[in-house]
Design a protein around this ligand. Structure first.
Ligand SMILES: [Zn+2]
Length: 248
């Protein structure tokens, strides 16, 4: 399995940057996790977008989903000119209802599946299984687990620290975790985010091998976030960076 970082910033991107977006590749399968500002352009630097099989939108904060409007037009054109045969499978929360209904109304382009339904079953694609769990955030938001025979990977999306989060991440080899805050900004975690140190604690308690930090405020010093995560996690701490590939 391979993870490519398409974007790692929040809630806005710096010059030439992109917000949350990741490409998972496994045996020819291309799965995009989140599609924040600028991520669809990044995706096209690496693959033909027509080869995308599935898109998962963790929640409807703009920095995680706004490129859906670009993706809609790209797929609409490709379906029209015959270079793409099938609609794109899109998993998304059913709330806020107005956004979900707008996206699911584009039936010729997307097959939209509510994450609340998908959460209750195994979602198998080739040799990988996707499963979802609710996180603690100001709007409905879902973490994403991807398992193959060899590896277990979890993406926290946006969330505050909870013990349930540890349970959900338990025994994941690789955790892609949001590190929205420095330790000095911990008073802001009631908004539904974690500090880098809490991300480290999550990886430690979940017995992960590798923690990849992401969801960075563009003004932060990333080396400082890495050091803070390393104070609570004994494994390997990596920083998500646009274009960086992790193979596992
Ligand atoms: Zn959010």
């Amino acid at each position: 399995m391979q993870l490519m970082v398409l974007g790692c910033y929040a809630p806005y991107a710096p010059a030439l940057g992109a917000c949350s977006g990741y490409l998972i590749q496994n045996e020819g399968l291309n799965i995009m996790l989140d599609c924040g500002h600028g991520t669809f352009a990044q995706l096209q630097s690496y693959i033909d977008f027509r080869k995308l099989h599935t898109l998962v939108i963790s929640h409807f904060h703009p920095d995680h989903y706004v490129d859906i409007y670009a993706i809609r037009h790209a797929f609409s054109g490709a379906l029209r000119d015959g270079t793409r045969k099938e609609p794109l499978i899109v998993y998304a929360p059913s709330e806020p209802q107005s956004i979900f209904e707008e996206i699911s109304s584009w039936r010729e382009v997307f097959i939209t599946i509510p994450l609340e339904d998908a959460m209750l079953r195994e979602n198998r694609f080739g040799n990988v299984t996707l499963s979802f769990f609710p996180t603690t955030h100001p709007m409905p938001c879902f973490g994403i687990k991807i398992s193959s025979a060899e590896e277990k990977f979890t993406y926290t999306s946006d969330t505050a620290w909870t013990s349930n989060l540890v349970d959900q991440c338990l025994d994941s080899n690789i955790i892609l975790a949001e590190a929205s805050l420095r330790e000095t900004d911990i008073e802001h975690t009631n908004r539904g985010h974690m500090t880098a140190k809490q991300s480290g604690l999550l990886a430690q308690n979940a017995r992960a091998k590798t923690l990849i930090l992401t969801h960075f405020w563009p003004e932060y010093n990333l080396d400082q976030l890495k050091r803070e995560a390393e104070t609570s996690f004994e494994g390997l701490v990596e920083l998500a960076q646009m274009g960086k590939v992790f193979t596992f």
